[in-house]
Design a protein around this ligand. Structure first.
Ligand code: 4AD
Length: 457
């Protein structure tokens, strides 16, 4: 079949048709132009002598409508098949779209058996259903939107840090430390047992490596995968998740740290609402405006105030609400509701609840650390942060009490040579997406979810 453009080439090899993404085609003003698109068929219907196709290529939620003459005789054209189409972009007479493609050539590149294909034409499949097909779910509208939003959210986080003078540090994935001291480590097994000469693990947090860098840079960040062998089947825990972590030097108060956490949260969310409005709309369609996360108002309470609030309502909880207890998910949810369903900072946790690096508030009679968590509606804890103990003697005593003085000799040295007050935090990326999209299960926010008893693909 020769191209009508008079170059003498067959349509398949004609270069007069401009390769264009569906997103660009949908907003193009260049009607009458000859274009080529490649993608997957989302719907097919025939009417009189025409076939009406909706084709997607991952660049936008909205598909491009393609109209093909029935006598093009297209073999294997079904829902889900892959196509390569050239034709003329025309103004659409329909209200539903501005443009449509009048096809001159439709080639089925890869057939798709609609009977065996787990997704059905025009059916709305639940996130739980599509989760069973991690190798195919990117082909659904909802997961396509999620992946575009996720990509844009990652870019927004990087932009926030870059725009505010943070230097990106690639912290290691393999490490010999358990930063959080919670023992939820994946150990790296090497065939040669002498390879590292020390036990090696997948990182649970890049914090300690960022603290090294905070000895030379005023503001650093990292954004990469972290791993925790938490034996949890909850809807907010993954074994492999991404974390955005920041470390800031010469910072003296939790307020200064909370300001950065709040700014990151607000700026990224505003970016998504403006840049991914259509994709975000797909998720927000299923939650009422009142349930959407607020990013304009944040609340602050101390841990001690939080315990007072919870104790007054202790009959509602399974877990204890005494001063000194860790806050459980049920407590976090209650506190968020109590504060008007807005994100809430909880500050100054009991000293003994926090890891060795948290700065001692040296207060009486209740001994607290300068640590803060940000709790958000629908999810609970989104960020954890603290001022770090920069005073050599205090840190030495605490590490010695835990028998970790030798393990962290290098960390102690950071306090010996030009130590400065500093602090930082980590924000769980998948929990962030859960919160802004109103997604119930964290497994629906990551391309390939890993959790206890689940490592498909
Ligand atoms: O509160 P966490 O444990 O803090 C740290 O790791 C600090 N070292 C970070 C720092 O200060 N640089 O974890 C931070 C966040 C949590 O608030 C949560 O959002 C997320 O990481 N997170 C998880 N997300 C998914 N699955 C899990 N198993 C998670 N564990 C933590």
């Amino acid at each position: 079949r020769f191209c009508p453009c008079a170059t003498g080439r067959t349509q398949q090899y004609c270069t007069s048709a401009k390769n264009i993404s569906i997103r660009d085609a949908l907003t193009s003003l260049d009607t009458g132009s000859n274009i080529r698109i490649r993608g997957w068929v989302r719907s097919v219907r025939s009417q009189k002598n025409h076939l009406f196709l909706h084709v997607s290529d991952g660049s936008s939620l909205q598909p491009l409508q393609v109209i093909a003459n029935s006598d093009l005789n297209i073999r294997g054209l079904t829902f889900g098949c892959a196509v390569d189409i050239t034709g003329s972009l025309e103004k659409s007479p329909s209200q539903k779209q501005k443009v449509e493609l009048q096809a001159q050539r439709v080639e089925v590149v890869g057939e798709c058996d609609p009977v065996d294909f787990p997704f059905k034409i025009k059916e709305r499949h639940s996130l739980e259903y599509i989760r069973q097909f991690p190798h195919l779910r990117c082909r659904t509208n909802s997961f396509g939107s999620l992946l575009r939003i996720r990509s844009e959210a990652a870019a927004a986080i990087h932009s926030y840090f870059r725009d505010n003078g943070f230097v990106q540090i690639h912290t290691p994935i393999i490490t010999s430390n358990d930063c959080e001291g919670a023992g939820e480590l994946f150990q790296v097994e090497v065939k040669n047992p002498h390879f590292f000469s020390v036990p090696a693990y997948l990182t649970v947090s890049g914090q300690l490596h960022l603290e090294v860098m905070a000895g030379a840079f005023p503001a650093v960040y990292t954004f990469g995968p972290t791993f925790r062998a938490e034996n949890s089947q909850s809807r907010r825990h993954l074994a492999e998740f991404y974390m955005a972590e920041a470390e800031i030097s010469f910072i003296e108060s939790l307020e200064d740290l909370m300001k950065v956490m709040e700014d990151l949260f607000k700026t990224s969310t505003e970016h998504l609402l403006s840049q991914c409005a259509e994709d975000m709309g797909l998720f927000h369609k299923f939650i009422s405006p009142g349930q959407r996360v607020r990013h304009d108002t944040l609340s602050i309470i101390s841990y001690t105030e939080a315990i007072d609030i919870l104790s007054r309502n202790s009959e509602q909880f399974t877990f204890k609400t005494e001063w000194g207890c860790d806050l459980q998910t049920e407590h976090e949810k209650f506190l968020v509701k109590h504060c008007g369903n807005v994100p809430v900072f909880v500050t100054d946790y009991p000293y003994d609840l926090k890891p060795f690096y948290a700065r001692d508030n040296q207060d009486q009679p209740r001994h607290t650390a300068a640590a803060v968590d940000l709790l958000v509606p629908g999810v609970g804890e989104l960020c954890g942060g603290s001022l770090r103990e920069e005073r050599l003697e205090l840190l030495k005593t605490r590490l010695a009490r835990a028998g970790l003085e030798d393990t962290y000799a290098w960390y102690l040295q950071l306090r010996q040579f030009g130590s400065v007050p500093h602090g930082g935090f980590g924000m769980g990326f998948e929990r962030y997406l859960q919160c802004v999209l109103g997604v119930k299960n964290i497994k629906d926010t990551i391309p390939f979810a890993r959790s206890s008893r689940s490592c498909l693909l």
